[in-house]
Design a protein around this ligand. Structure first.
Ligand SMILES: [Zn+2]
Length: 345
C-alpha cells in the first residue's frame, strides 16, 4: 500500500459523534501520515492516538541486499535490482533519503535506509514506507522481520499521541558514546532524540543503566552458570527487569520478551514447570505486543505456554522440580513476584 504525503485530515471526533462510527478504522486508512520532519527528511506522524501493541504497518521489501558487501560491489548489484523493479517502485527507492551523497547513490540510499531481516541477519531490506521511520534511542515503535509472511512489521510499544512522530531504534541500546559513533558511521546522522539531548548528568545515568543491562545480559546468557547457579541467574533476570523499566519505561517490550524467555529457560532447565509456565505466558504477551500473534517466535512461545516441558532443556536437572500449573493460590501481587523469582528464601 502506498500513502500520499498530504492526505486531508479527517475530523474524527465529529464523524464519531454524528454517526457513531470510527471513520479511520472503517475506511482502513493508515494510522499515520507522511510528512517532512525538520532536519530528518520525511517521517511518519501518528494521525490518531495509537494504543500500545497496535500493529501500525506490515510491509514487503522492495528488495533485499547483503549488508556487508563493499560499497562498489553493492552499487552495481543494486543498480541491476533497481532496473528489474516496476517504474513506480524505482521512483520510490530513488526518493528515499541519502545521508551518504557522492559517487555511489544507490548504495548510499541503501546504507541510509536498509533494515536487517531479523536481529542476526546480514541481509538488509529496503521498504517503501518503513524506510521513512526515523530513529530514536527511546523509540515508540518496534520493527520486526516475520520470516513466515516475509514482511517487516511495526508495532506501537508505547501509547502514541496523535501528532507524535513514529520512531524505531536503529541501534541495539548502546550507551551514548558508542551509540553516537555507530549511528553516524552506519546511517550518517547525529542523533538529537530526547535521550541524546539530556543534560550530561542525566545522560550519564542512562549510560550506566545501559552498561548494567549489557553486563546482566551477558551473565544471564552463560549456559554453564544457568546449570551451576540458577538462583543467581534468576536474580539477575529480576534485576534486569527493573533496570529495563527504569531506562525504557514500559516500552522495552522486545527486551522484556527476551528476558522472560531467559527466565523460562532457567526454570525449565531445572524442572520447574510451574514458574516456567508463568514466565512463558509473560514472554508470550510481550512478544505479541512487539511482533503480533502471527510471528514465528510468538507462536513458538505460545506452544511453550501450553506445555513448558516440550522445551529441549527440560529435565537437564530436576533441582527445582514442580508440576505444570502449580502456582500458589491466594498470594498478593508482591508475594507472587517473590515466589516467581525465588526471592527471600
Ligand atoms: Zn538518540
Amino acid at each position: 500500500m502506498l500513502y500520499q504525503p498530504d492526505e486531508p485530515e479527517i475530523p474524527t471526533a465529529l464523524a464519531h459523534k454524528v454517526s457513531g462510527t470510527h471513520p479511520i478504522k472503517e475506511l482502513d486508512l493508515p494510522l499515520f501520515t507522511i510528512q517532512t520532519v525538520p532536519g530528518k527528511g520525511k517521517g511518519l506522524i501518528a494521525r490518531i492516538n495509537i494504543a500500545q501493541g497496535t500493529r501500525i504497518l506490515s510491509e514487503k521489501p522492495l528488495f533485499t541486499t547483503p549488508n556487508l558487501a563493499p560499497i562498489t560491489l553493492m552499487e552495481s548489484t543494486i543498480a541491476t535490482k533497481l532496473k528489474s523493479l516496476p517504474k513506480p517502485q524505482q521512483r520510490q527507492l530513488l526518493s528515499l533519503h541519502n545521508n551518504f551523497p557522492g559517487k555511489h547513490p544507490f548504495s548510499g540510499i541503501t546504507k541510509t535506509n536498509a533494515l536487517p531481516c531479523g536481529p542476526t541477519s546480514n541481509i538488509g531490506a529496503i521498504y517503501p514506507t518503513i524506510c521513512l521511520l526515523n530513529h530514536s534511542c527511546l523509540p515508540n515503535a518496534h520493527n520486526s522481520w516475520n520470516s513466515t509472511t516475509t514482511r517487516e512489521t511495526i508495532h506501537a510499544i508505547r501509547a502514541i499521541a496523535a501528532g507524535d512522530e513514529l520512531t524505531i531504534a536503529y541501534d541495539t541500546g548502546l550507551p551514548s558514546s558508542p551509540r553516537r559513533t555507530h549511528l553516524e558511521n552506519a546511517f550518517g546522522f547525529v542523533c538529537t532524540c530526547t535521550l541524546c539531548s539530556l543534560p550530561p548528568p542525566a545522560l550519564a545515568t542512562s549510560d550506566a543503566r545501559r552498561l548494567q543491562i549489557q553486563r546482566l545480559d551477558a551473565a544471564i546468557g552463560d549456559p554453564a552458570r544457568v546449570m551451576s547457579q540458577p538462583s543467581a541467574c534468576l536474580a539477575d533476570c529480576h534485576a534486569l527487569l527493573h533496570v529495563l523499566e527504569e531506562e525504557y519505561g514500559g516500552a522495552a517490550v522486545a527486551l522484556f520478551a527476551r528476558l522472560y524467555y531467559d527466565a523460562f529457560q532457567i526454570s525449565i532447565t531445572h524442572g520447574d514447570q510451574a514458574r516456567a509456565g508463568v514466565f512463558a505466558e509473560r514472554g508470550y504477551r510481550a512478544r505479541v505486543g512487539c511482533e503480533g500473534e502471527d510471528s514465528p517466535e510468538t507462536l513458538r512461545v505460545k506452544r511453550l505456554v501450553e506445555d513448558p516441558a516440550r522445551h529441549g532443556s527440560f529435565g537437564a536437572s530436576m533441582r527445582w522440580k514442580t508440576a505444570k500449573g502449580l502456582v500458589p493460590e491466594g498470594l498478593d501481587a508482591g508475594a507472587l513476584e517473590r515466589w516467581l523469582w525465588r526471592l527471600g528464601g
